[in-house]
Structure formats: C-alpha cells, structure tokens
Design a protein around this ligand. Structure first.
Ligand SMILES: [Fe+2]
Length: 322
C-alpha cells in the first residue's frame, strides 16, 4: 500500500484515528466503550422476580371473557422480568415462563417452533396434549414436554377451565434470531395414537414415586430431588424437589439461571438476601450467581428449570456452596 492510498498514514492524534477507523467496522480494544464490560465476578442485570398465581389466575379469567383461544392463538400471560431499561418476555436471558388457560371445549390450532417447551399443569382435568399426533393426558401436577420442532396442540374434554405454567428456552432462541412459528398444514393435527404412557409426560404420581426412591443430598444444598429426562430438549434442565415442612436447605449459588415453581405447599426462598414468600402455582426467578436457600412452611414440591445444561455444554458452568 503506498502512502497516498493509506488512510492511516498521516494520523497524528487518537481522535482522528477513531474517526478514520470507524468506517471499517472496527472497535478499539483499549476503549471501554468498545469492549464487553466484563467484571471480576458474574453479575446479572436481571432482578429477582416473582409472579403469583393468585394474581395471574383472575387476570386469565378476565382475558377469557374478552378473547377466545382461537382468536388469541394461545391465551397466555407471559412473565416479563422487570429488568432496568425494559424487559422482554422471559425471566432472564434464556428462560421463559407464561401462564396459560383453556376453557372447556376450546381448542387451539397445532403449530411447531424451534423453542423447546414444557408445561407444569396447575389445575386441569381431562385435558390432553397432542404432540406429533400422540394424544396424552395432562392433568394437575403433571409435567408435559413439547420438544422443539414437534407439532403440538391441546384438547380440553373437562368441565372446568384448565390452567398451567409454560416453560420455554425462548429468550435463548430469540438471541440467536431463530424464532419461527409454523402452523400445522391441516390446522389441527390429526390424532394418530392415544398413549397411556409417553416419554413426553411425567404424571404427578410418577414424579412422587421417583421422589420416594430418590436419595437425599448428603451436602444439603438440595432437598430430595429428581431430574426429569429432557434429553429431547437439551437446553433445559428440569428438576422436581420435595421439601418437608420446616426443612431448610444450605445456601449455594450457580452461574446458571434458575426458575422455581411451587407445585405444592408454601414457604420462603432467600435469593441473595431477598425473601420470596411463595405459594402453589407461583413462579420466581433466581438469576445468575445469586445465593439461594429454601425453607418450607409445609410439605412442598418445587418444580425447577435451569439453563445449566447449556452452560455445561459450553464449559461455562460454575457452582459454589456455602
Ligand atoms: Fe407452542
């Protein structure tokens, strides 16, 4: 390159350098405004957040009077973390929760999307999930999986409104710009088989049997817990843990993002010093690197969802006990 065609040859000061280099889409690693602001420890901008079923359920009931499931596509209320600067749907950078309600006899068209999804059934009888043509019961206390890329819909044969908590990896998919939504070509996916037992359904009684057989954590960080097999949706780690009345857990923190949804009972969790008093059907978020401990006021069951498998895959995962 000769001197006349080199735009950097005659620069005598930094301000001129910054002006000259900018059109080349280059950032200067020595300028704080150009760098990723990494600190010496993990820090999440997301506050702890808590959504109460007692608030959400009447809001869903009101929505049901105003909009049909068919018009809504899905009648859901999404949890939006009140992060500074304006939150998007999601409880953190990777995990998403929403509450959904279906009236008796209502149906919603089948669709699929890359996002992996699951449902924690809060109150439902004779509610069915159809995943890739397989019709499976989903009733109170069940955890039902809808892996990404599989068509899914619901059938409600019960007499009362059905309520559940959705859990997805949608903020992660959004960060990758991979969110798409594909309606089923037949609108409603035909039922091919009615399954009594399905790898997509963990019934409440199956979960209790697994918990009865589970070992206690010898170090006391976790109450008795089981990990549900979510190999078909590997971004999400899913656990169900059982706390006895009065039981407290030992404090720990992890750089994974975690959500907790009480399926039974009540208690308090302390997330980085903040007390979150929870009841059945609530959901609350523990963002990256916050100290976590639980205390049950009565016999309780906590559903837990985490992005730890993603962090483990990337070899980012960290855990620290008290
Ligand atoms: Fe969906």
């Amino acid at each position: 390159m000769d001197q006349t065609s080199n735009p950097f040859a005659d620069i005598g000061d930094m301000e001129t350098f910054y002006e000259r280099v900018a059109p080349y889409n280059l950032g200067c690693g020595w300028r704080s405004e150009d760098r990723d602001p990494g600190g010496k420890t993990y820090s999440s901008p997301y506050p702890n957040a808590h959504w109460k079923y007692a608030d959400v359920r009447p809001a869903l009931d009101a929505a049901a009077k105003l909009i049909s499931a068919e018009d809504a596509g899905r009648r859901i209320l999404m949890c939006v973390n009140p992060v500074e600067g304006g939150g998007k749907p999601g409880i953190g950078p990777t995990l998403f929760h929403a509450y959904q309600m279906v009236l008796p006899g209502e149906t919603a068209p089948s669709h699929r999307h890359p996002m992996h999804a699951l449902r924690v059934i809060l109150d439902a009888t004779k509610m069915y999930s159809v995943v890739e043509g397989e019709k499976t019961l989903m009733e109170t206390g069940d955890v039902v999986l809808t892996p990404g890329g599989m068509y899914h819909s619901h059938i409600h044969d019960g007499d009362d409104p059905a309520y559940w908590l959705d859990g997805l990896d949608a903020p992660f998919t959004r960060a990758l710009h991979l969110v798409i939504f594909e309606p089923h070509p037949d609108v409603y996916e035909p039922v091919k088989v009615v399954a009594e037992v399905s790898p997509f359904r963990f019934s409440w009684s199956d979960i209790q049997t697994m918990l009865d057989k589970a070992e206690d954590d010898p170090e006391g960080y976790f109450p008795r817990r089981v990990r549900l097999d979510t190999a078909t949706m590997p971004t999400l780690g899913v656990y169900v843990q059982r706390l006895e009345a009065g039981q407290t857990t030992r404090m720990y923190r992890t750089n994974a993002n975690t959500s907790f949804a009480p399926m039974q009972g009540s208690g308090v969790s302390i997330i980085e010093g903040e007390e979150i008093h929870w009841n059945r059907g609530d959901v609350f978020a523990a963002p990256t690197w916050r100290w976590i401990e639980h205390r049950a006021d009565e016999d309780s069951v906590l559903f837990t969802m985490t992005d730890a498998p993603l962090l483990e895959f990337a070899k980012y995962y960290k855990f620290e006990g008290s």
